[in-house]
Design a protein around this ligand. Structure first.
Ligand code: BG6
Length: 506
């Protein structure tokens, strides 16, 4: 297809234009889509914010963001100049009707000039307290009326509990159709996360063993070395459960556990995912301590640097009970997964930054080899490395070279960086292109969001009602709290993190 014609003419209005997300993620992603010729030559980006700024000053700041955060590195003068012509900065208050009248005028002019179907994308890169206000104003201005081409993108957090998520869904659905709503979970845009679907459903090899007959348990770890940085205000009311588990980790679990969809149709894929959330066993309030543990980091050392404890971070209460670490054991009550534990954990200020899914298989049913041969023996294991290393590792037993029969675990490795030389698009590139193309497969539907809140409610309310007595309970730069080891150890398991680089055996 010719450059500049792969997608419809699009006008995208970003609320929160001067914010961090626009600067670090959205503009670099749009710029890369532009460089890859995905954007129609008729493309207009209106960034709205409350600051007084000239267009030139705004564009200059965006360029600094692109130079710093684009996967391609520094922008090239000519390309940036052409791209930046599409950008306009508009100062305005989100509650001011005149801002929306202005948008309406711009949209009408863009439609007239394009003379064909035009995408009208409204992106809420703003704190959640503005979601309802902005959506209502868009609706009042008549900008939501085009059910096919007007779309609203909503960043997380989508509610703070089941009740608030339901309320938010209801008010959005009063203005927009579900098909117009794109609730972002940026994990779903990650290359390695999308590859879970390819790995499971484009290969005949794995699906027959992807069940309780062969799999002992599954672990999902998303660990981060960073603390909460400057997000104290946000983090204090959210914590690890709301910030990471409700969305990213439960979505990963859905992709690993879902039934094969019949097609790649958005609703078919999302139906299969929501089936998983509905089959998750509800944890009773009185059992929460057996299934979930929480942690909060104390001061410690990360990469040789002394770092603050959570309670010493900016905008955090010195007595805060907010968790910066959470680990939960789930069961999925269906035929495929009956009694297979799924262990999820996530934490800030851990000893390493790694997102990884480990599928631990059961031992071979019969031990053929003598004890001397099996000293190093391990049941099979499959590791999906999501980041920072991207790849898949399958661990199996092999005969160690030598005159005797001795078994050793060895690895088969698929490594993105060895296999592909083309650059990997950022999650936001994938997701923004999907919004432009009207493909909602990788976005959260209302029922998914609510089902995820529903499953976490007993834990949230139990933790809220019973502030932890031992916070802080792990040092920054450590593996997390001892209790997380206990959660998995009582089932005879332990958290597995295998280094990704190739391992050679003696
Ligand atoms: C965000 C959370 O959704 O995901 C952050 O709010 C977290 O707290 C981030 O750091 C992690 O994303 P990534 O892409 O860096 O793994």
């Amino acid at each position: 297809m010719e450059a500049g014609t792969k997608t419809n003419p699009t006008i995208i209005a970003i609320f929160g234009g001067t914010g961090d997300l626009t600067w670090r993620k959205l503009i670099p992603a749009l710029y890369n889509l532009y460089l890859d010729n995905w954007l129609n030559l008729k493309f207009s980006i209106i960034c709205m914010g409350r600051q007084d700024m000239t267009n030139a000053a705004f564009v200059k700041r965006l360029k600094e963001g692109v130079d710093q955060f684009s996967r391609r590195g520094k922008s090239k003068a000519k390309e940036w100049e052409l791209f930046s012509k599409m950008i306009e900065y508009k100062k305005g208050e989100f509650d001011n009707t005149s801002l929306y009248s202005y948008l309406k005028k711009q949209v009408a002019a863009f439609e007239k000039e394009s003379d064909c179907d035009v995408n009208k994308i409204f992106y809420m890169a703003v704190p959640p307290q503005f979601f309802e206000l902005i959506a209502t104003k868009i609706g009042d201005a008549g900008l939501a009326a085009d059910k096919e081409f007007a779309r609203l993108v909503i960043e997380k957090p989508f509610g703070t509990d089941l009740q608030s998520a339901r309320k938010l869904n209801a008010s959005m659905l009063h203005i927009f159709d579900e098909s117009q709503l794109y609730r972002i979970d940026h994990y779903l845009g990650k290359e390695t996360v999308q590859n879970i679907l390819a790995f499971r459903f484009a290969n005949a090899l794995f699906e027959p063993i992807w069940n309780r007959n062969y799999i002992d348990h599954i672990q999902i770890t998303v660990a981060e070395k960073i603390g909460i940085e400057t997000r104290g205000n946000y983090y204090e009311i959210n914590g690890a459960l709301r910030d990471m588990i409700q969305n990213h980790l439960l979505q990963l679990l859905c992709l690993i556990a879902m039934e094969p969809p019949v097609s790649f149709d958005a609703d078919e894929v999302r139906n299969r995912k929501v089936d998983v959330l509905r089959a998750l066993r509800k944890i009773k309030k009185e059992d929460v301590h057996n299934f979930a543990v929480r942690g909060q980091y104390a001061e410690g050392w990360v990469d040789g640097k002394k770092v603050n404890g959570y309670r010493q971070e900016a905008d955090v209460s010195p007595e805060s009970h907010t968790e910066t670490f959470a680990a939960i054991k789930f069961f999925i009550d269906n035929w495929r997964w009956s009694n297979v534990p799924f262990y999820l954990r996530t934490g800030k200020r851990m000893n390493e930054s790694i997102s990884v899914i480990t599928i631990q298989f059961k031992p071979a049913p019969h031990q053929t080899f003598p004890d001397e041969a099996t000293e190093n023996w391990q049941p099979n294991r499959m590791v999906l490395n999501l980041q920072p290393d991207m790849g898949i590792r399958i661990r199996f037993q092999a005969k160690k070279p030598g005159l005797q029969m001795q078994l050793n675990p060895v690895d088969m490795l698929f490594n993105y960086s060895d296999t592909y030389t083309s650059g990997t698009p950022e999650g936001y590139e994938t997701l923004l292109l999907d919004v432009i193309e009207g493909d909602a497969t990788l976005f959260m539907r209302a029922d998914q969001v609510e089902a995820a809140w529903e499953i976490l409610m007993p834990i949230l309310s139990t933790w809220q009602a019973n502030p932890s007595v031992n916070f802080p309970n792990y040092a920054a730069g450590s593996h997390g709290p001892e209790t997380a080891e206990g959660l998995i150890a009582k089932d005879g398991n332990n958290w597995i993190v295998m280094p990704f680089e190739k391992k050679t055996h003696e």
